[in-house]
Design a protein around this ligand. Sequence first.
Ligand code: GLA
Length: 381
Amino acid sequence: MKAKIASIFNQHFEGNPLIVRSPGRINIIGEHVDYNGGYVLPAAIDKYIYVAISKRNDDRIGLYSVNFESSVEIALNDIKPSNDYSTYILGVVDQLLQRGFSISGFNMVIDGDIPVGAGLSSSAALESAVAFALNELFQLGISRLDLVLIAQKAESTFAGVHCGVMDMFASIYGVKDSVIKLDCDSLLFEYMPLKLDGYSLVLFNTNVKHSLASSAYNVRREQCETGLNLIKQIFPDVKTFKDVTENQLTTYVLPYDKEIFNRCFYVVKEIQRLNEACQFLQKGDLQALGKHLYATHEGLSKEYDVSCFELDYLINAVKSNPNVLGARMMGGGFGGCTLNIIKNEEIDSLSNDLSLAYEKETRLILDTIKVNTSNGTELVT
Ligand code: GLA
């Protein structure tokens, strides 16, 4: 990939580029909890966005995306949100300028193998790669944590998704063979070893992305804020959903609004599930971990209401299979992938059977993606 992107860079631009790669992510458990101030358990994966970058002599930005076969050129003082891949890059540049960092023009080529729209955070990986690359190129001295926050803000200001911090954090802080237990409120984190003896993490990509995904995401966020504020008014000690009990929700939020109650109830239960899941991981109890994944899916589908027909179909299809310890939809929802813990020897035959059944049912292709964990954003030397 390094040789490929360097050669494409030379076809479009001059100079010897720096090359940076930033991974996509999975999340074992703790879905839709990051922007609710709870814990998440993501890991970086071995699918990456690559960027090749070098300085220009003027104040313009030149971009070329290999996947979209598309060039963009724009002046630094003219950047604004767009509806193509450049918005993720320009969003990061905008954040750097807003924070007073001094950068001049640059050229960049973007390539990668993270499937777009699959819920593997290709956009966060791109933002993280760009933030990291600009930090290196212009020697800005920004810490990894601030790179995460810059990438997150770029997503919300330029891509319009008021996302949490999980995706960028996982991309920038990933460590091979580990998951990150991240407290999304304090941003304190610890690495936990991921031991899957005889099993693998397998994604089944529905190949659907429903158009309401980003607006529904922002609505979920507002609903949770409303529910939490109700509780905070009565219990001033409550700061985040980590402090909220099921009982408080049943007493004070349920009479106010059933839908808001359902959203908040899911979040409180998911925080409990994550804490238990960490204990299961530590004990190597994959069976118990798997059961929690199924429970999370149920909550995401019924209470948080971010699943869809295709995702539910894939979960129901594996639920009673003894070779699948657990499965759930992963990421924002309304399409994307399911995450499955599957016995190694059974992956191929299950994937074949499921693909046939899925295609028959939905007329869509099912992609099987076996993932390994990976290190976070880095210079490719
Ligand atoms: C998307 C967002 C994340 C997170 C997940 C759901 O991936 O970008 O911040 O909220 O959805 O867990």
